[in-house]
Write a protein that binds this ligand. Structure first.
Ligand code: AHR
Length: 523
């Protein structure tokens, strides 16, 4: 390694500033210092949420395929259910996305054969409405995940929204509760999480509004929905429009100022892509994700400061993923729909999953919900045809992060060789998050080495003492950054696991993170 060409950095998620260490030739080139007392926040299980939209083959032909030998009596694809379980999904958002802004939930209840077929003007498709509210909520029950419904804040009304809450949650004998019972469900579904619209700041959205008009609508919707069930949690539509000239900070400011006493979350959406085929630049986007989270966190604080009774508000990162191959810049939503958004993911995209999740975990104090967009076929880790499914490369890190974690996110000190991905600010090659389980006293260190060419040896120190036993290693790596999966061939990019007996000295040990790899160390 040509150490003299590398800069060294200190990256810490806390306010405490550590003095940069001077490295000598004998020392490790990187250092990760863990202190189990430095807790950033609780890692909310809802960070492992997902999303199913009426779009392409996500619902029809994805989770739901009536008459298929692979489906159960409800029309749910059993193979997809099993794969979703393996993914460790904790929550499902529905029915959109853009689709939500033209959707009338009343079309999707009652006897299936009597439901109206409608134009889906968000995606230029035909919506049969054979999958509706009861099907979705039954699916969530089957999968044992928390449902999250997004109201139509585009072309819909406040009345539609409050009736929807009444339909799903009312225990009494009201009109909409009676309709639910007539449709086979006596007990209320008890839907807790409700989105106040989707990407309403985007000009592409049906019923797009300016921030003032949106705030006015959302405030009235929140009030009316809470009258139907005061226990619900509400997610405001934060800005998703980062295009040129878009005032995303201004949108969030207005929304937070006006809705601060009503909402529990504000949403954030981010899609990324390796458009110019530059691996290290692609995986540098964590900085942008971190920055956006921190800006919104500051905006939340700005509307709460000085008010000891301020309503707690968190960030719901309720759409995130790699999406660029089936997204042509400048195209209309209708053209986008014709691709079905069926991305075929490769190995470097799988590494990006770790990058996103590291950022969410590093911000566990404020990011309390996150939803990968989406679950099946549409920019998804699971891909079906009529006979089978295969698991995309992105499936494996998602599943592992959901499984291997403690409930405390730790503020770790990371010193790592740096690079300048965009000729701008320096960034460490190692992207790290760490969690700790105080019950079992296990530490999980998640490390993305985004150097394309160089392995990096780090000294891992734990101020509570070096690990006494073996260290368990989960590693995702592949020599071909572009390696992909397909039907019958989804074992190309697979993780390896092993235990290593590290040689501890002092309060730490050394570990080498291979170039372009994602590693989870547990000790
Ligand atoms: O997830 C695909 C689409 O991306 C969603 O419908 C929309 O909210 C976003 O623009």
């Amino acid at each position: 390694m040509k150490r003299q060409h590398w800069l060294l950095c200190v990256a810490t998620t806390a306010m405490v500033v550590f003095a940069p260490r001077q490295f000598t030739a004998q020392q490790s080139s990187a250092r990760i210092r863990i202190d189990p007392d430095r807790v950033i926040g609780e890692v909310n299980p809802l960070l492992f949420g997902n999303f199913t939209e009426h779009l392409g083959r996500c619902i029809y032909g994805g989770i739901f395929e009536e008459g298929s030998p692979l489906s159960d009596a409800d029309g749910f694809r059993k193979d997809v259910l099993e794969a979703a379980r393996g993914l460790g999904v904790t929550m499902l958002r529905w029915p959109g996305g853009n689709f939500a802004s033209g959707y009338n939930w009343k079309d999707g209840i009652g006897p299936r054969d009597q439901r109206p077929a409608r134009r889906d003007d968000a995606w230029g498709a035909l919506e049969t409405n054979r999958f509706g509210t009861d099907e979705f909520l039954r699916y969530c029950e089957r999968l044992k995940v928390e449902p999250y419904l997004c109201i139509n804040a585009g072309l819909g009304t406040v009345d539609d929204a409050r009736h929807w809450v009444e339909y799903t949650n009312e225990p009494g004998n009201t009109y909409w509760a009676q309709q639910r019972r007539k449709n086979g469900r006596d007990k209320p579904w008890g839907v807790k999480y409700w989105g106040l619209g989707n990407e309403i700041d985007g000009p592409w959205q049906l019923g797009h509004k300016n921030a003032d008009d949106y705030a006015k609508f959302a405030l009235e919707a929140a009030k009316a929905m809470r009258r139907a069930d005061e226990s619900i949690q509400l997610i405001a539509s934060g800005s998703s429009n980062f295009g040129q000239g878009a005032d995303w900070v201004g949108w969030n400011r207005t929304v937070l100022e006006r809705l601060r006493n009503e909402v529990d979350y504000i949403s954030l959406h981010t899609y990324i892509g390796n458009r110019d085929n530059n691996f290290e630049k692609f995986l540098a986007v964590s900085r942008d994700i971190d920055d956006r989270i921190e800006v919104v966190k500051g905006q939340i604080k700005a509307v709460q400061v000085g008010n000891s009774r301020a309503r707690p508000i968190a960030i719901a990162f309720d759409e995130w993923n790699v999406w660029y191959r089936t997204l042509t810049p400048g195209s209309t939503e209708f053209q986008i729909a014709s691709t079905g958004l069926e991305e075929n993911y490769n190995f470097e995209d799988a590494l990006a999953m770790g990058m996103f999740l590291n950022s969410f975990i590093r911000h566990a104090d404020i990011v309390k919900m996150a939803n990968l967009a989406q679950l099946v076929n549409v920019i998804a880790p699971i891909f079906t045809n009529k006979q089978a499914l295969y698991l995309q490369t992105t499936y494996f890190p998602l599943a592992e992060y959901a499984k291997q974690r403690g409930n405390h996110s730790l503020d770790v000190l990371v010193e790592s060789p740096q690079y300048k991905p965009d000729n701008g600010r320096p960034l460490g090659y190692l992207d790290v998050s760490t969690t700790y389980d105080p019950k079992t006293r296990q530490v999980f260190v998640n490390v993305l080495n985004r150097s394309e060419k160089t392995d990096i040896t780090a000294r891992i120190e734990n101020i509570a003492g070096a690990p006494s036993g073996a260290v368990t290693v989960w590693e995702l790596n592949h020599p071909d950054l572009k390696a992909t999966h397909t039907f019958g061939k989804d074992n190309v990019v697979r993780p390896s696991t092993r235990t290593v007996n590290v040689k501890s000295s002092g309060n730490g040990f050394e570990y080498t993170f291979p170039k372009h790899s994602l590693t989870i160390l547990r000790f």
